[in-house]
Design a protein around this ligand. Structure first.
Ligand SMILES: [Zn+2]
Length: 263
C-alpha cells in the first residue's frame, strides 16, 4: 500500500473509532488506569491484543518487542507489575516468529554440532540475514540462548512448522524464568500469576487457527501439572461450582488449550 492510502486509512480508521467509542470509557480512566494483565508479546503484526477479547480498554497493559523478551523492556514491565500491580503477567509468543527464526538461523550457522541435531530447517536456512543491521542483531541475538536449549530436542518432531512453534514455546519458558527472578516473591505470595502462551496462527498445535495455547504457568511446564495448575486457578473463581455448565465449558477449554508440544 502506498503512503497516500496508508495516511487516508489512518485518518478514517481513527474517526470511525471516535464515532463508535463509548465516551464514558474515557471519562472513567482519564487520569488513571487499572489494567489486570501485563501482556508481553512479540511486535509481529499478526499478534494483536484483541486475540484476548475485543474490549481491551483498561484491561491489558501491552509491551511489545521482537521475540517477547523481558530484558528489552525491563522498566516498562516493572512499572506495570510493581506500580499498576497487575495480578497477571502474560508472556505470549507466537508461531512462525521472525525473531525465533533469526535466532535459529544464527545458532545453526554458528555450530556444526547443532546443525547435525536440527534437520528440518530448510526454509529458515534459505533466508539471507547478511544485511541485518547491528541494532537488529543486538536486540535479537539474546534469543539464541533459549533456542540453543531447544534445538537438541527437535529431532523427535521432524516438521519445520511445529519445530518453530516448539522453539517459540521454549523461548516463552526462558522469558518466564527471567521474570520469576525479578517477580518470584510476588508469585510466591499470591500477588502475581505469570502465564506463558503461544498464539497459533499456522495450526502447529491444533486445527483451530487463532488459538492462544497456555504452555506455562508460574514456571510449571509438565503437561499434567500444568493442567492441574490451570484447574486450581479456575477453582478460585468466587462461588465455584463444578456442576455449573459454565465451569464445565471452562474445564473443557483447559483440556484443549492448556497444552504443550512435548518431545
Ligand atoms: Zn515474533
Amino acid at each position: 500500500m502506498e503512503i497516500g492510502n496508508i495516511f487516508r486509512h489512518l485518518l478514517l480508521h481513527n474517526e470511525a473509532f471516535v464515532k463508535s467509542a463509548d465516551a464514558t470509557n474515557f471519562f472513567a480512566y482519564a487520569t488513571q488506569q487499572t489494567p489486570y494483565i501485563t501482556l508481553l508479546t512479540c511486535a509481529d503484526s499478526c499478534v494483536q491484543g484483541d486475540i484476548l477479547g475485543k474490549d481491551i480498554f483498561n484491561k491489558t497493559f501491552i509491551i511489545r518487542n521482537a521475540g517477547n523478551q523481558v530484558a528489552v523492556n525491563k522498566g516498562t514491565i516493572e512499572y506495570s507489575i510493581s506500580v499498576l500491580n497487575t495480578p497477571v503477567m502474560m508472556v505470549l509468543g507466537h508461531t512462525d516468529c521472525g525473531a525465533v527464526k533469526f535466532a535459529t538461523h544464527a545458532c545453526l550457522t554458528q555450530s556444526k554440532e547443532i546443525v547435525s541435531l536440527a534437520k528440518s530447517f530448510d526454509n529458515v536456512m534459505k533466508t539471507d540475514y547478511s544485511t541485518v543491521s547491528r541494532d537488529v542483531k543486538t536486540e535479537m541475538l539474546p534469543l539464541t540462548i533459549p533456542i540453543e536449549r531447544g534445538i537438541p530436542h527437535l529431532r523427535k518432531i521432524q516438521n519445520e512448522m511445529k519445530e518453530l512453534a516448539y522453539l517459540s514455546q521454549i523461548n516463552v519458558d526462558y522469558q518466564i524464568e527471567k521474570a520469576l527472578k525479578f517477580y518470584g516473591d510476588r508469585v510466591n505470595n499470591g500477588k502475581l500469576t505469570i502465564i506463558g502462551g503461544v498464539y497459533d496462527f499456522v495450526g502447529a498445535y491444533s486445527e483451530q487457527l487463532g488459538r492462544v495455547l497456555v504452555t506455562n504457568i508460574n514456571g510449571v511446564i509438565n503437561p499434567i501439572d500444568l493442567q492441574d495448575k490451570a484447574k486450581a486457578i479456575v477453582k478460585r473463581i468466587p462461588n465455584y461450582d463444578e456442576a455449573n455448565e459454565g465451569y464445565k465449558v471452562v474445564c473443557h477449554l483447559i483440556e484443549e488449550k492448556v497444552t504443550r508440544i512435548t518431545v
